[in-house]
Write a new protein. Structure first.
Length: 185
């Protein structure tokens, strides 16, 4: 692993620190490609890559966003992203994590619908005021992940933004162009 640093003394020290921290924690060493990609961009730390929850909270505090946009992002982060995939290390986030998040949202929607249709008044009362998450909101949650700038700030490198690789359900009908022949029909 030290061969990846070549003659760069600072990189050798960073790799040594990474090896030492990993062995002390009893964890698994990262693969050589991950270390090589992080060394290519000097801004990416070898150890201490934040979790998605840590990064999203930092991103929301640092960003210059419109108040309504910030409220929407904070809601997505607080209600959906942190509880379901917040513990994933930022550079380990993959499309299957986001697909699992969407599946969990759909399951929650089904649970809400079941509870609202229940004959038991206590069960119905437990979901009073709780609204299911619609397809447009699921697309916005994905957009929240897509818009965070971890790649631009070089917090992670060598990976594509996994949110761009996931398709979300879109129940909205496509508009029809009213051409003269269609109007005549």
């Amino acid at each position: 692993m030290l061969d990846l640093a070549g003659r760069n003394r600072r990189h050798r020290i960073e790799i040594g620190d990474l090896l030492q921290a990993t062995l002390r924690a009893g964890g698994n060493l990262p693969d050589a490609d991950t270390v090589r990609n992080r060394l290519r961009t000097d801004d990416t730390p070898l150890i201490g890559v934040p979790t998605l929850a840590d990064w999203l909270n930092t991103w929301l505090q640092r960003g210059t966003l419109d108040d309504n946009t910030r409220r929407g992002y904070e809601s997505h982060v607080r209600v959906h992203l942190i509880p379901h995939i917040g513990d994933v290390v930022l550079d380990k986030l993959r499309p299957h994590h986001i697909e699992d998040l969407i599946d969990k949202i759909k399951q929650r929607n089904a649970d809400i619908a079941t509870a609202k249709a229940s004959p038991d008044p206590d069960t119905r009362a437990s979901v009073r005021g709780v609204r299911p998450t619609g397809p447009a909101t699921i697309a916005r949650i994905r957009a929240t992940l897509r818009n965070n700038d971890a790649l631009a700030r070089a917090v992670v490198s060598g990976v594509t933004n996994p949110a761009t690789l996931v398709k979300t359900p879109n129940a909205r009908a496509k508009p029809i162009v009213w051409e003269p022949e269609r109007v005549a029909r």
